[in-house]
Write a protein that binds this ligand. Structure first.
Ligand SMILES: O=C(O)C1=C[C@@H](OP(=O)(O)O)[C@@H](O)[C@H](O)C1
Ligand SMILES: C=C(OP(=O)(O)O)C(=O)O
Length: 456
């Protein structure tokens, strides 16, 4: 017999926004300005493993000094532009771990750094990252003049200098904030104005952070967007509060929407309007979430979220540009769909197949393992859900394949703990949650209160 918690309640501290922290680390590493030893530029409270990988990569580059002040706090100091950037015979090797954002942003940043000096830097990553497409970033950077070699489109990849860069006007085929950001970081080293048009919504953390550091950058449009940035630009380093990660909050918003008795509070959560698509989707499905915005203090708006259970949920269709806006939240949204009576669908999300895992296949496998009716499409899935909650269930515990993907491991845990799954399930790798949320399973235990040990 597996007993699911009767109540989920408590207050949580979320990890630092993975998108904001990595942008701040990489952009700060680009600056030529040297800071006094005791003048930290910013701190990162509670970084996930991707953020730590990129912090260490920037320290290996020689641009930043990272002090681990406590288990949970990184203090970042800028040391100035590195002098040793390797050579084609002996490139400097930087390990990006599991971070797609880190590797793609660094391609642009390094192209800028190597625009007018010799050197060669090779970026490597773990097996998952080495399987992900990198030409989508290398190709437009080459158009600006960068010298980048990939291994048949993948990591390891090497950026070589000197390779002077020129501004470009470009319309990207996909609404990717990672490509946009790589091009913006490269554009800082050019003389003139670069314009990057995107065919759909994307997060605007880069525009906000670079403008905060005095760069001439702006974005227009809300669904299709156009970003303009003018170089050459030196960053004025300014302190920054890194907000709690919106995509980490999504797991608890889903948990509260699904569980019959829940109240979960999260403070200092990022409320950037380009990151609120999951809040909107849950609202459209009928969930109750109280949003209390904080007074603005920096480039990223924040606030408190209080999610409560009890509202009946209705099915939803996610397609077109909306899928791009929800891309990292689609595995956990699938769990909400499974706990909603009726048929819900996600289409136009083929991009999910090239994230840390094939998230379409693994999301469908997870739901099937739990006994939920799901149909897999090339670009999404259709789920027939139910509002029945199995707070006690029995049978063999089904192992969910994660392929080391943090979002699948956390989605499986929410599916299990909320009683949506008729059958007991467990992720085959819970440790991978640390990529974005190291204490996820501790927080889950704290919210669940004392109860019988979970079935394994
Ligand atoms: O810019 C970013 O911080 C991110 C952009 C998104 O990727 P794409 O740019 O490929 O859409 C997202 O999936 C990723 O987790 C983080
Ligand atoms: C896709 C993700 O991250 P990245 O591309 O940075 O690996 C994610 O966190 O869901």
């Amino acid at each position: 017999m597996t007993v699911r918690p009767a109540r989920l309640a408590g207050e949580l501290t979320l990890p630092a926004s993975k998108s904001v922290a990595q942008r701040a680390l990489i952009a700060t590493a680009l600056t030529g300005r040297r800071f006094e030893k005791n003048a930290p530029v910013f701190r990162i409270d509670y970084p996930g493993a991707d953020v730590i990988s990129i912090a260490h990569a920037m320290a290996a580059l020689g641009s930043l000094e990272i002090e681990q002040a406590t288990d949970d706090v990184l203090i970042v100091r800028a040391l100035g532009t590195p002098t040793d950037l390797g050579s084609p015979e002996a490139p400097l090797v930087l390990d990006c771990g599991n971070s797609g954002t880190g590797m793609r942003l660094l391609m642009g940043a390094l192209a800028g750094l190597l625009a007018d000096r010799p050197g060669a830097v090779t970026l490597t990553g773990d097996a998952s990252l080495s399987a992900r497409p990198m030409e989508r970033v290398a190709f437009p950077l080459r158009r600006m003049g960068a010298r980048i070699e990939t291994a048949a489109g993948h990591a390891p990849l090497t950026v070589t200098g000197p390779a002077p860069l020129a501004p470009i006007d470009i319309a990207l085929p996909v609404p990717s904030a990672q490509i946009l950001t790589a091009l913006c970081l490269a554009a800082l080293a050019t003389d003139g104005t670069t314009t990057i048009d995107l065919p759909g919504p994307s997060r605007d953390h880069t525009e906000r952070f670079l403008a905060h550091c005095g760069v001439d950058i702006s974005r227009s449009g809300e669904t299709t967007t156009s970003t303009t940035i003018t170089g050459p630009a030196n960053l004025e380093l300014r302190s920054l509060d890194v907000p709690g990660d919106e995509s980490s909050a999504a797991f608890w918003l889903a948990a509260a929407a699904l569980h019959p008795d829940a109240e979960i509070t999260m403070r200092d959560v990022g409320l950037n309007p380009t990151r609120t698509a999951f809040l909107t989707a849950l609202h459209d499905m009928g969930a109750t979430i109280e949003i209390r915005p904080d007074a603005a203090t920096g480039p990223e708006p924040t606030g408190t979220l209080i999610a409560r259970s009890g509202a009946p949920l209705r099915p939803i269709v996610i397609e077109g540009l909306r899928s791009a806006d929800l891309i990292d939240e689609l595995p956990i949204l699938a769990v909400v769909m499974a706990g909603t009576p009726g048929t819900s669908t996600v289409r136009d999300a083929a991009e999910l197949r090239v994230k840390e895992s094939d998230r379409i296949t693994l999301t469908c496998e997870m739901l099937r393992a739990a006994g939920i009716d799901v149909i897999e499409h090339d670009d999404g899935f259709t789920i027939t859900g139910s509002d029945h909650r199995y707070l006690e269930t029995s049978g063999e515990v089904m192992r969910v394949r994660t392929d080391g993907d943090h979002r699948i491991a956390m989605a499986a845990a929410i599916l299990e703990v909320t009683g949506v799954a008729p059958r007991p399930i467990v992720a085959d790798d819970e440790a991978c949650a640390a990529v974005s949320y190291p204490r996820f399973f501790d927080d889950l235990a704290a919210l669940s209160g004392p109860r019988p040990a979970p079935a394994r």
